[in-house]
Write a protein that binds this ligand. Structure first.
Ligand code: GLU
Length: 293
């Protein structure tokens, strides 16, 4: 638990590829906020994906941050070392009757949602059509006995009902700060995400669960991150209410896009900081390229 009332901010990259210009903007924006607020700045390695995370990428993150001139506090939290913490949080949600196993494959879900007119979530993925929400207990037990892989999903309808009870008439919302620090309350609508995955097939957690648990554990007061996660904040606020976690302030920043207007991908080597550095770019060049100078 934090013993200080100083603001705490973080940069939370997933080590699934080399850092690129988008990450540079994220790290430098978070660090600038920390300096402005007189706050602490932490780095969190979001390495819950065993297939895609690598030590080489983690080392690359520290090299790139040091080169950019972004300092961070030790120790650095690595999510892969805290799976028990996320499992405990999932158990709490399960204890509220909010989780159910879903054995459906991606293909089954895509097919089922296409047949229903394909409603989509804010990221454009087909909304989970509730396939296994009401699976009889005997079938769940039989499939589990056979060791069928499954995710654990949040029963969104029930989750909203419990959150509404907890909020006792207050709206589910979050505070978004603009670049000048002016605050605006944003109403949440987590239902548009449907029954989100809380625990994946391969790990007993998910991005959404880990991020709210760790933001609370690390005492994060201001979440600065790209606006591609703006809509997901609705899910994070819902989970914070359900798990009795404190509410941080949010500041979502613009994204760096390629010529086609798309968000930079981890695979886009030409914008990786390591490649740019090898080609002779300086940290000041990077700041110029992302519009900070
Ligand atoms: N790990 C996420 C990413 O690299 C960022 C998560 C967050 O800042 O909440 O996109």
């Amino acid at each position: 638990m934090p013993t200080t009332s100083r603001p705490v901010l973080r940069f939370a990259p997933s080590p699934n590829g080399p850092l690129h210009l988008g990450h540079a903007l994220s790290a430098l924006t978070g660090w600038a906020w920390a300096q402005r607020l007189g706050g602490r700045f932490l780095v969190r390695i979001e390495d819950i994906d065993p297939e895609r995370s690598s030590e080489a990428h983690i080392e690359g993150i520290f090299r790139d941050l040091a080169w950019l001139g972004v300092p961070w506090e030790e120790p650095v939290l690595r999510q892969s070392q805290h799976l028990d913490r996320y499992e405990a949080a999932a158990d709490r949600l399960a204890g509220l009757g909010l989780l159910y196993p879903c054995f459906a494959s991606r293909r089954e879900i895509a097919e089922a949602s296409a047949a229903e007119g394909a409603p989509r979530d804010p990221d454009g993925a087909p909304l989970y059509p509730g396939l296994h929400r009401a699976m009889p207990a005997e079938e769940v037990a039989a499939r589990r006995r056979r060791g069928e892989p499954h995710v654990m999903r949040l029963d969104m309808k029930r989750a909203l009902a419990i959150a509404a009870e907890r909020l006792d008439g207050a709206p589910l919302d979050f505070v978004e700060l603009d670049e000048e620090g002016a605050a605006q309350r944003i109403l949440c609508d987590p239902a548009r995400w449907g029954d989100v995955v809380i625990q994946r097939k391969d790990v007993p957690t998910s991005y959404h669960l880990s991020v709210v648990v760790d933001d609370a554990c690390q005492g994060i007061t201001h979440v600065t991150r790209g606006c591609d996660l703006y809509a997901a904040t609705d899910i994070h606020r819902l989970l914070q209410v359900l798990l009795d976690l404190p509410e941080p302030l949010y500041a979502h920043h613009r994204l760096i896009v390629d010529e086609a207007g798309r968000k930079l991908a981890k695979s886009a080597r030409d914008t990786s900081l390591a490649e740019l550095r090898a080609a002779g770019a300086t940290p000041a060049d990077i700041r110029r390229m992302i519009g900070l100078l």
